[in-house]
Design a protein around this ligand. Structure first.
Ligand code: ZN
Length: 344
């Protein structure tokens, strides 16, 4: 993230006065630093709440207390939002474990509390479960599952836009990525879409999440084309990752019933997104194995942590909050339908 360094430096300087008055609040597992005592308490309590909630959602049980508190640094800013969680991994009794965690989040209070914080806390659950770096697409995609409906909807829209623009990754490539690709937004959006599909496929809720973890554990063993093919076959019954990819894309092409129902009744919503009533011939279900390299999407509201992430085995960049833009008029019409609107 070398390019971001100057921006990071500027932000750090601007924030310096506010940080001088930071308050700290400690709970069992977090040491939360925020601009005021009230905010520190609010975020500390919510971090503990999500720590329990997300572990129950994914594992069906709470995580044991961490050996040392996770520093959680909260910065309130307007506009962009994001976060970064840094892990170190080690061994304990021959088992891979997380040895330390550090978390930083930045943005508006509401978005931090309802999207960014649960997202970052979900990373800790996944890291705890595996004790080592989680495949990127699933680490981010699984964490986006914890965000609020609006953000998940945004990721869904973004995923379709990216696939339509030919920027998607083949799942064979996505699954084996151990580092963030240059086209990072794709990893978040596509990772989320695939995770959501697999959780549903696995029965939804806790059961679906459990199956996803099982699938990841198998695929990670070796992290080869073969290991992922075997994992997908054993856990989901597809012949191969390519067969899973086809099923996932078919699901994206299938209009959810409620979108159709709302088509004429949701001005500015699904109907507006369905530009020109376009048809659904999937041109490039075969997303390119090598992504088309385009300039970064300008609408990305990137988050910039003060520190370069320093997880040695697997450096983690800050989380993106992609903004949704209307499709550019000069783009080819969408071949994948927009997602269902979030429930109100
Ligand atoms: Zn993340």
């Amino acid at each position: 993230m070398t390019l971001r360094r100057p921006i990071v430096a500027v932000i750090a300087v601007l924030l310096a006065p506010a940080l001088a008055h930071a308050a700290t609040y400690t709970t069992d597992n977090f040491s939360t630093e925020a601009p005021t005592p009230e905010l520190a308490k609010k975020f500390g309590d919510m971090a503990e709440f999500y720590r329990k909630e997300k572990a129950l959602e994914w594992l069906g049980r709470e995580m044991p207390p961490w050996p040392s508190r996770c520093p959680l640094r909260v910065q309130i800013t307007s506009g962009s939002a994001g976060g970064a969680t840094t892990f170190t991994f080690g061994q304990e009794g021959g088992r891979p474990v997380v040895t330390s965690i550090r978390m930083e989040i930045r943005g508006e209070v509401k978005q931090l509390l309802h999207s960014v914080l649960p997202h970052e806390v979900t990373h800790t659950v996944l890291a705890h479960y595996f004790g080592r770096p989680v495949p990127r697409w699933a680490d981010e995609g699984g964490s986006v599952l914890s965000e609020n409906e609006e953000e998940r909807f945004n990721h869904d829209v973004r995923c379709r836009e990216l696939l339509n623009a030919g920027r998607g990754y083949r799942l064979q490539a996505l699954f084996r990525m151990t580092e963030y690709p240059r086209d990072m937004i794709v990893l978040y959006a596509e990772g989320y879409s695939v995770c959501a599909f697999l959780v549903e496929k696995g029965g939804g809720g806790r059961e679906g999440r459990g199956k996803l973890l099982q699938f990841l554990a198998l695929g990670m063993q070796g992290n080869t084309v073969e290991s992922w093919n075997q994992a997908v076959s054993r856990v989901y019954g597809y012949e191969s990752v390519d067969a899973l990819e086809k099923a996932w894309l078919d699901a994206l092409k299938t209009p959810p019933a409620r979108v159709v129902a709302r088509d004429s009744t949701a001005p500015g919503g699904a109907a507006a997104l369905m530009t020109s009533g376009t048809k659904t011939e999937l041109r490039s279900s075969a997303a390119p194995g090598v992504p088309l390299l385009e300039p970064p999407v300008k609408a990305v509201r990137a988050a910039t942590p003060d520190d370069e992430p320093s997880r040695p085995a697997a450096p983690s960049p800050p989380d993106f909050r992609p903004a949704v833009r209307p499709l550019a008029p000069d783009r080819p019409p969408p071949v994948l339908l927009p997602p269902e609107l979030p429930k109100r």
